[in-house]
Design a protein around this ligand. Structure first.
Ligand code: HAM
Length: 445
């Protein structure tokens, strides 16, 4: 048969790789729990329209969708937020608010596979629903920072850039752009850093096709607004605009809460962030690595209308997603991936089939007590079994020969320094627990 490879953009995880992924999940999970978040999960396959209606245009182009055998139009999930909004919406009335939920799951997007972007990636989602004020946004931004710091990253390694679609809408309104055209203008803002001047002007003219606002002038204004990096400068540009000033009071609250929680250094104001997804309504943010490729590590924001759009009650919400791909690259670059010793604690050397029943009795006892134990499935001689123990990555070998069994002991041999000591089989569990905690000294005569 032909050599059948895995699909482009999908990863295979050999145990060493899977151990790193496990580490990532563990840090995410532990951090979310520290913030009082509870874990949830949703189906990986959903009705297509959940995403065509609710995710942004870009995601819709990237859907892994097909017709199932029952003639249903379905899609693998490109993100978890629409499913979350549907699930919370269905039971929101009976749920204590605010709702703090997190999930870790695989998402699928038919993107061009490249460094940091794959077609299947894991994502942490953390969402807080039922609180409309900036305290909730601050809580999520703090959690996002902590989910990076949990790996040993420091504030200098990443920045969370915070922006605000509400402020953008108010600003554009002050420039004569009604809400109906503002979304298209934000599409241009999204490309400010990448697009050529000619392309940007063309896109801006298109966005303003229905209204009487000069594209060139607005493009210049928008550039100036997007370049602002401080609250005082924002206040200056807002001037006497009451709506913008009111919004800036909320900014004040957001930033001071983030500072009180100890994450001031991790964030910056950056209005070039507008987020591609269709459902964001207020503060939005993205975490980027500061060095290297400056790739996005996480992205999120407020989406106050999505739950209702999916049939639930009106419920304000804010959340973010953090992917495993760029994060892993960053951790590798910073040498923050721990070396995993996932070998067994003990390798039981069964020296002869006559002692096998006794040895296996102890194997079962040790496993029952929670130790990780391997043993030779086939008979073998001492040197070969020592080698097998080392290859398995065990810390200690336990020798079961005729002599040991007759004496009612097992011989513990450290594979690190070859020290040996005997332990009565009757005491095997406490003795080996002590060995794991304190080393061979715990049992040396
Ligand atoms: P997003 O910005 O599309 O937001 O994705 C969040 C993060 O997922 C990105 O910053 C990136 O780390 C990772 N990611 C996205 N696409 C890929 C890909 N093709 N390959 C590798 N990693 C990727 C959302 O998905 C929103 N649903 C987040 C959210 C939750 N908003 C509110 N709650």
């Amino acid at each position: 048969m032909a050599d059948i490879q895995s699909l482009p953009g999908f990863r295979e995880f050999y145990p060493e790789e899977r151990a790193v992924l496990g580490h990532v999940f563990e840090v995410w999970r532990r951090t979310c729990r520290r913030y009082g978040f509870r874990e949830w999960e949703s189906p990986v396959l959903e009705p297509l329209e959940l995403f065509t209606e609710k995710s942004g245009e870009e995601i819709v182009r990237q859907l892994f969708n097909f017709e199932d055998k029952g003639g249903r139009q379905v899609s693998l999930r490109p993100e978890m937020t629409p499913s979350l909004a549907r699930m919370v919406g269905a039971k929101a009335n009976g749920m204590a608010k605010p709702i703090r939920w997190f999930a870790i799951g695989e998402n699928y997007r038919y993107e061009k596979p490249q460094k940091g972007r794959l077609r299947a990636f894991y994502q942490l989602n953390a969402d807080l629903l039922g609180e409309a004020g900036p305290a909730a946004d601050a809580e999520l931004i703090a959690l996002c920072a902590d989910c990076l710091i949990g790996f040993g990253l420091v504030a200098a390694d990443f920045k969370i850039r915070i922006s605000d679609r509400t402020l953008w809408f108010k600003y554009l309104e002050s420039k004569g752009v009604p809400e109906a055209s503002a979304t298209a203008v934000l599409g241009v803002v999204d490309k400010l850093e990448r697009g050529s001047p000619a392309d940007l002007l063309q896109a801006m003219s298109k966005a303003l096709a229905d209204i009487k606002v000069d594209a060139e002038k607005l493009l210049a204004d928008v550039r100036q607004f997007a370049a602002i990096r401080s609250l005082p400068d924002l206040e200056k540009i807002a001037g006497a605009d009451v709506a913008m000033q009111a919004r800036l009071a909320e900014w004040q609250q957001l930033l001071s809460t983030i500072a009180s929680l100890g994450f001031a250094e991790c964030v910056t104001i950056d209005l070039t962030i507008v987020r591609g997804l269709a459902y964001y309504t207020g503060f939005v943010f993205e975490a980027f690595e500061t060095g290297g490729d400056a790739r996005a590590l996480a992205g999120g924001g407020r989406y106050d209308t999505l739950v209702k759009k999916l049939g639930g009650p009106e419920l304000p919400a804010v959340g973010f997603g953090m992917g495993d791909v760029t994060l892993r690259d960053l951790l590798a670059a910073k040498k923050l991936i721990p070396a995993y010793a996932d070998g067994p604690d003990f390798y039981v050397m069964v020296l002869g089939n006559d002692v096998r029943p006794t040895a296996l009795e102890d194997v079962a006892k040790l496993r029952q007590a929670g130790f990780r134990v391997e043993y030779n499935l086939r008979d073998g001689k001492f040197p070969k079994l020592i080698q097998s123990a080392e290859t398995a990555g065990a810390k200690y070998a336990l020798v079961y020969g005729g002599e040991e069994v007759a004496k009612g002991v097992t011989k513990v041999r450290s594979l690190m320094d070859r020290k040996e000591a005997e332990v009565p089989r009757a005491d095997i569990i406490p003795a080996l627990r002590a060995v794991l905690e304190e080393g061979m000294d715990a049992i040396m005569p």
